[in-house]
Design a protein. Structure first.
Lengths: 437, 58
């Protein structure tokens, strides 16, 4: 399967199965797509066909399907989202935690539960050395004493158990002081700060529980964090139907001095006034085009920045099995609710029908885990025929479940946006490399 | 080639030394609501590159 596309005034071709990537001219595009060849001379067409045939015989164009399959189910866990506090000091309108209730009452995790979760992770990690723990919420800073104690406990056992913990914390930064930031610098491999962009955009949907604007406090703390941060971080926002011009929000955050940025489309049911609808897709796709152009321009200046969805590591890319499998939710990745219940991922928190067990008695629902484990590109509806399947792995299982009631049935609007972002990432890579030559 | 410029050939790694599971879980980075493996890196290859760079700078 070969996918051709035009972006940033250039033409490209991606060979899905081999992962080979080319810049092409209009003649090659017309041949691959089976378009009208009348604008081209027979000599040009013959020359282009010879080049295509050469790449075909090298096995890098129209390559056969990748022969990869998932290893048999293995109960190993290597990544965990610890939902230390369902409670939150903000009440974001689009929150999938349903205002901190997570389909249940607001709860905060005890240290005993967090410690049991770490013990379970180490115990079930088999030979895996790198273990990831993300402190999440609600707002995890509302349970920060538990976070600190849990991190120190994990550090105290990692050497003797032959493990390397990588901690991440995702916070709204509404309450963040220098002491917290120092702890992040000492212990957190990655810190994700949630800001939606421009003041009016952020304040419209990210108000405090008491209904006040949060932007001023959040930005003050986030800038202080950026100034002191040693290590990886992202400023991550959500865009909704209210700000389909989200390119302006990314650039606004970059203008403030943040250089590691991510902004994600909101995931909400169609009845919400903030939800992304089919008819919004052309506008969003045009916005990604605009962002890609500005991205390339800014990266040549002192406003260089990374945009999470435009990053692509084609030289050190993940292996075929990882590309088939994706996030590993319910398999090697699980989430733990404040009461210790284990769910396939943070987005399933509170959905009792997919509970896998708990940190005290262990994970005891391997039949359900297998359904998640084997949920992959080959089992998902329509993914086999999609050119982007090895870049998104068939999309988010939680989104599929919430929209279609089936983890194997992808949420289509997300597919279209993912495809656009992959095209942007590939085109940017090609253009930036070309400029270095 | 006059009509096709190769950016990369064969980036799909399917050898016997794969599927070690040491790489980052995709949702643990910054997305939390989508699934993007395309922008991730292979842990083993990245370590090899880092080591090679270290040796070069010695």
């Amino acid at each position: 399967m070969v996918h051709t596309f035009g972006l940033l005034n250039r033409l490209f071709a991606l060979d899905t199965e081999s992962g080979s990537f080319f810049e092409i001219d209009p003649i090659v595009k017309a041949i691959i797509d089976g378009d009208d060849m009348s604008p081209f001379s027979s000599c040009e067409i013959a020359e282009a066909k010879t080049e295509i045939e050469r790449l075909k015989s090298d096995g890098v164009l129209f390559a056969p399907q990748v022969k990869a399959e998932l290893p048999p189910f293995n109960p190993v866990i290597k990544a965990m989202c610890l939902n230390v506090s369902h409670n939150c000091n903000l009440a974001c309108e689009y929150c999938f935690a349903d205002g901190g209730t997570y389909n249940d009452e607001r709860k905060t995790m005890s240290y005993d539960t967090a410690k049991a979760a770490i013990d379970m992770l180490v115990e079930m990690s088999g030979t895996r050395r790198n273990l990831e723990v993300d402190f999440f919420g609600g707002e995890p800073m509302l349970g920060f004493e538990v976070v600190k104690k849990t991190v120190l406990y994990a550090r105290s056992i990692e050497k003797e158990r032959g493990k390397n913990f990588r901690f991440t914390i995702t916070t709204n930064a509404y309450r963040l002081n220098d002491e917290d930031i120092d702890f992040f610098n000492e212990q957190m491999y990655n810190v994700v700060i949630s800001i939606d962009g421009r003041k009016e955009v952020h304040n419209r949907v990210r108000k405090t529980v008491g209904g006040k604007d949060s932007f001023d406090d959040v930005i003050k703390n986030a800038l202080r964090f950026k100034e002191r941060r040693k290590g990886q971080y992202y400023v991550r926002g959500t865009f909704t139907r209210y700000n389909l011009d989200f390119c302006s929000d990314v650039l606004f955050l970059n203008d403030l001095g943040f250089d590691q940025l991510s902004i994600e489309p909101v995931v909400l049911k169609p009845e919400s006034p903030m939800s992304i609808r089919e008819q919004d897709l052309p506008r969003i796709i045009a916005e990604y085009d605009k962002l890609a152009e500005e991205y390339i321009a800014r990266r040549k200046t002192d406003k260089w920045f990374n945009f999470f969805h435009f990053m692509i590591d084609i030289d050190n890319a993940p292996c075929a099995v990882k590309r088939l499998k994706g996030c590993g939710a319910g398999g090697e990745y699980v989430a733990v609710a404040p009461d210790g219940t284990v769910y396939p991922c943070h987005q399933f928190d509170g959905i009792k029908s997919v509970a896998l067990g708990n940190v005290f008695d262990g994970i005891n629902n391997d039949e359900l885990r297998k359904k998640f484990y084997y949920c992959s590109v080959p089992t998902k509806t329509d993914c086999s025929e999609c050119w982007a399947k090895y870049y998104c792995s068939g999309g988010c299982m939680a989104n599929s479940f919430k929209f279609n009631g089936d983890i194997n049935m992808p949420y289509k609007p997300a597919c279209e946006l993912m495809k656009k972002r992959v095209e942007c990432a590939l085109a940017i890579k090609a253009i930036e490399e070309g400029e270095q030559d | 080639m006059a009509h096709i410029k190769v950016i990369r050939k064969s980036t799909m790694d399917n050898g016997c030394d794969t599927a070690c599971g040491e790489c980052q879980t995709s949702c643990q980075s910054a997305c939390k609501t989508s699934c993007t493996v395309g922008n991730q890196s292979c842990e083993r290859k990245t370590v090899k590159v880092l080591n090679a760079n270290k040796n070069q700078s010695k």
